[in-house]
Design a protein around this ligand. Sequence first.
Ligand code: MG
Length: 337
Amino acid sequence: MHSLVKNYIVRYFGATANIEVPLEALDDAAVVNGIVLKSDSHAVKPIFFPGGDIGRIAVAGTVNDIAVLGAEPYTLACGFVLEEGLVLNDFERILASMQQTCLEARVSIVTGDTKVVEKGSLGGCVINTSGIGRRTIALEKNLEVAKRFRSRFEARWILDSNLRAGDKIILSGTIGDHGLAVLSAQEGLSFGSEIKSDVKPLNRLIQRLLGEVGGIVAMKDPTRGGLADALNEFSEKSHVGMLIYEDRIPVRKDVQAACEMLGLDPLEIGNEGKVVIGVVREKAEEILELLRATEEGKEAEIIGEATSDFTGVAMQTVVGGKRIISRPVGDPVPRIC
Ligand code: MG
C-alpha cells in the first residue's frame, strides 16, 4: 500500500506548489491555506463488530487524522456506497452510530453523497468521510511550550517530521484491541473474553493535551500497520532512530494470548482509538499524568524515545536483546478499517 501510494498516487498528484503540508508529506492530513483537510474510505468487514461499527470508524477515523496534526476538526462530508440488499435496519443503526460519534467529537456532517451498487463484495456498504479542521489556541500554546525547550523550532503543525533525538514517545493505551475485535467477528473466533474495538474520536483529548500541557511535536493514530508502522513513519520523516521498550508497551493479556495463538504481532495490528505522541523530554511526565487521568488514556505509557544512536526502529525486548521493528509487509488482518 505504501509503495502504491508513493509510486503512483504521489507521482500524479504530488509536487503541488504553495501547499503548507502537501500530499507528498504523506502525513495524516494536508494543510491548505491554514485549513486541515482529510479524506478516508472505510471498508471494514463485517460492518458490525464488538465495540463498534463501520459508521463509528468512519467518523472517528477522519476526526483523529485531523486531530493529530494539532487541529480541531469541525465539519465532515460523507459518501455512502450501499450494496443492494443492505437491510434498512442495519443502515439506520450505522447512521445512529455516526450521529452519536459526531456528538462525542463535536463535529457535524453537512454534505455528502449516496450511491447504490449491485450486490458483490462490499459486505454491505463502504463509507467515505472527508473533513476539515482549523488551528486552535491550544495548538498555539503547545507550540510555544515546545519552542521554549528547543532552539530553531519553526513548525506550525504537529508533523511526523518534527521529532528530534531526546524526544519521548508516549502511547495512549493498549494496542491490538481493534484488529482482534474485527478479526473475531470475521472468523467467528472467541478468545475466552470479549475483546472490544477501541474505536473513538480523540480530538477533545488531544486539544486538552495541547492546551493544558503542551510541548507535543509529533502525533499519529496507529491505525492500519499499527504501532510498528507509526514509529517507522516518525523515524523516516524525522531522520531519527526510535528506541522503544517492550515491557512498557501496554497490551491486554487476552490480546497478547490471542496474538500468540494466531501468530500475529500486536505491534502490527491496527487501532482506532489510540494516539502515539512525540513530546519534548521536559514535558513527557506531565503529558503522561494528564493522559492517565482520562478514561481513554488511563493505560498510557512512555514507551521510548527518539535517538541519534542509530537509524530505524529498535525494541529493547524483555529478555534483554534488541529487535528491529520494520514496517509491516501486507495487512496481518485484512479489512479492519
Ligand atoms: Mg492516521
